[in-house]
Design a binder for this molecule. Structure first.
Ligand code: NIG
Ligand code: FE
Length: 412
């Protein structure tokens, strides 16, 4: 017997159209709406919708939306959810005047997280990360990408990726794994960059590929991390194992990362706080998407990515949280959406498409997630009553979630 669920008295269903490609340019802001509606779900999949003025279909379970809106759950396409400890000490150091990059050069930052992660068991990391994920689901996240990159030695990187694999099996939402061994140069290789690059190529990548532990490859292309040439070489190695890149680049400097990423057919370039016209042209001429992470420049008091210029150049934009202990200790996608509108002048519609359908495309999940359409998985947010779509990012800091549906399961 199929299990049916009817959500009724929905003020407005809001969704990107179920496009087979990421939406860009003018289409980045296109949404379908259905007012005064009901939505029928069968065995965790959307069957169809109708108007409250029509007779309501029968269903075993019913949920009264009480005038709330229904949106697709967020897809968070860039996080560092597996970590061992928070870093509020560095937060206070920055308040006192140190910069993120100075802290990194002093051996804090990512290296601080690596030290703690190496000392923490797989079991403990798994329990912590699952608890964080549960919190994010209650905030409306219905799929997530998680990176390694706090291990920085073979065993610890494998440990992180095994934690993510266990999360794939245990979590109620899809989880995608990205190998970010090239996140920082570990202290043991301080005077031997070549040694660490070779370790990634000759030991980490083959073992990760052998165990099928990663879906994607990431490199932090930045002055405090790896150069464009080093990124090029690592992406070449990843290519041999069939790992497509999605890379951290242009967070603090423009130094060739975008050009290298595009040349390697990257799915996405992430951050882009600092990006020049030529790089925008390179991206526009490629299939690589731009993933913007506005809670990182918010937290670090940095300039924001030029979202308008990217959208106007026809580049599909994704929004993600970058949840991590150093530059964005929050996975709240409502805040990300608000910052996108307030600080980057994205329209509310553009922000929702970026955080749902485009993000789902970037993770290869768009056949099942990212919009509300017959056949797609019912990963949905029911909001508290709200007068309009724009109200959601406008009233920043408010909790808009009344309930989150993941298939057959409600989260409150
Ligand atoms: O995306 N920029 C590099 N990686 C993370 C920060 C990691 C950390 O500080 O722990 C980011 O901002
Ligand atoms: Fe990141």
């Amino acid at each position: 017997m199929p299990q049916t669920l009817l959500i009724h008295h929905i003020r407005r269903i809001l969704t990107p159209p179920p496009a087979h490609q990421p939406l860009s340019g003018k289409a980045q802001g296109s949404l379908h709406t259905h007012d005064d509606a009901w939505l029928l779900i069968e065995d965790g999949r959307i069957v169809g919708s109708g108007s409250m003025s029509e007779p309501l279909p029968r269903a075993e379970r019913r949920f009264d939306a009480e005038g709330g809106m229904v949106l697709p759950a967020f897809v968070d396409a860039h996080t560092h959810l597996v970590f061992a400890a928070s870093r509020e000490g560095e937060f206070v150091d920055r308040i006192r005047g140190l910069s993120y990059q100075e802290i990194a050069r002093r051996g804090g930052g990512i290296l601080n997280s690596a030290l703690r992660l190496r000392q923490t068991s797989e079991e403990a990391l798994f329990a912590q990360a699952m608890q964080r994920l549960e919190g994010l689901i209650r905030l409306g996240t219905g799929a997530i990408e998680i990176k390694s990159g706090y291990g920085l030695d073979t065993e610890s990187e494998l440990k992180m990726l095994r934690v993510i694999r266990r999360m794939k099996e245990a979590a109620p939402v899809p989880v995608r794994a990205t190998f970010l061994g090239a996140h920082a140069l570990p202290p043991e290789y301080r005077d031997d960059r070549e040694g660490y690059l070779a370790l990634i190529e000759r030991e980490m990548l083959p073992r990760i590929a052998d165990e099928g532990l990663a879906d994607y490859m990431d490199v932090f292309c930045e002055k405090v991390a790896f150069s464009a040439d080093e990124t090029d070489r690592l992406l070449e190695a990843a290519d041999r194992y069939g790992l497509r890149p999605r890379i951290h680049t242009n967070q603090f400097h423009s130094m060739g990362g975008i050009e290298v990423a595009v040349r390697h057919g990257a799915i996405s370039v992430d951050h882009l706080e600092v990006v020049n016209d030529e790089e925008i042209r390179t991206l526009a001429a490629s299939d690589t998407m731009a993933t913007l992470l506005p809670s990182a420049p918010f937290f670090l008091n940095d300039p924001y990515p030029p979202a308008r210029r990217l959208i106007e150049a026809g580049i599909p934009v994704v929004l993600a949280s970058d949840y991590n202990p150093g530059s964005s200790p929050s996975g709240n996608m409502w805040l990300v959406w608000s910052l996108a509108c307030i600080k980057m002048r994205m329209l509310p519609e553009e922000g929702l498409v970026a955080a749902t359908l485009n993000a789902a495309h970037s993770l290869g999940l768009a056949d099942h997630l990212g919009s509300i359409a017959p056949g797609k998985k019912a990963h949905l947010i029911v909001t508290r009553p709200a007068p309009s779509l724009a109200y959601l990012p406008y009233s920043f800091g408010e909790n808009h979630v009344r309930a989150v549906l993941i298939g057959n399961q409600w989260y409150f």
